[in-house]
Write a protein that binds this ligand. Sequence first.
Ligand SMILES: [Zn+2]
Length: 294
Amino acid sequence: MTADGGDTLLQDFERRLLALEQAFEKLRAAIDPAFAVANVAAPIAASLLKVDGQHAFSAKFFALLDLGEAVLKYSAAIGFASVMQANTPQSSDIVELFRRPPSLGKIVERLRKILDDSSSRALWPMTLVTDALRRANGKQTSAARYLFEEFIAIRNSERGHGTHQPEGYYEELYLKNRYILEDFVLSSDLLSTTLVYIHSVDHYGEQYSYKVTRLMGAVPIDIPDPIISPTKVRMHSTCVWDGAARLLALAEFVVYRFCKQCCSEHTFFADHMTPDRVFLQSYPGSHRIEVERR
Ligand SMILES: [Zn+2]
């Protein structure tokens, strides 16, 4: 800013350049869905691609509901893992929450409690969730209002429908909800922060050296250079990575592993946990598996 409050030429130029870049990215995204999801965390990217892959509006709409649920569960997973790692008083409530399969409403309620708590919402990478869902003054962003209120209401009423409605009904619902959800998925820093799977751990002086697979978009890719970090995380963890030295393991909340049902590796969300078992859910495959707790 100049002294009189106006923009400098450089700021004006930067703003125009940014607008141009955004317009270009939108155009590219419209042309190639696989390109658009390349920088979206895999558990969300898979759901987004499923929406695009369906043809009937009813199928697209129900895939869109899965996408919204996945966005909420992924946000909650980051919140839960951040709180568990910091071992705040909310940790025991989270353990309690997963003793039985929690409803989406219960998961969201717990996430909102984390957002309401000033020390919990400031934990990294919870800060990514906080920035996406809360304004600086503490009020909800429009995305949060949509996800926590409108989306949940639509999801609860449509998932509860016993009878199938005509296609035109789902077409309207799909078109009404698609852009707001897709826009959030493709533009949020929360979902474009890198997710990695740790496949080997070594000591590196006082720190740790991790060989990882990048879990973004549709295709997992091994990263050639190891991540060097002072943070200790277990082998086979799925972690949020800041691109430098910070890692947070998402524990059982988001898991990448071999699935007996698909005979391939993919991501899962925690459905519920007992002291020795964890029940995992995959949205794109519409299936659940039960595994031993690590
Ligand atoms: Zn599977």
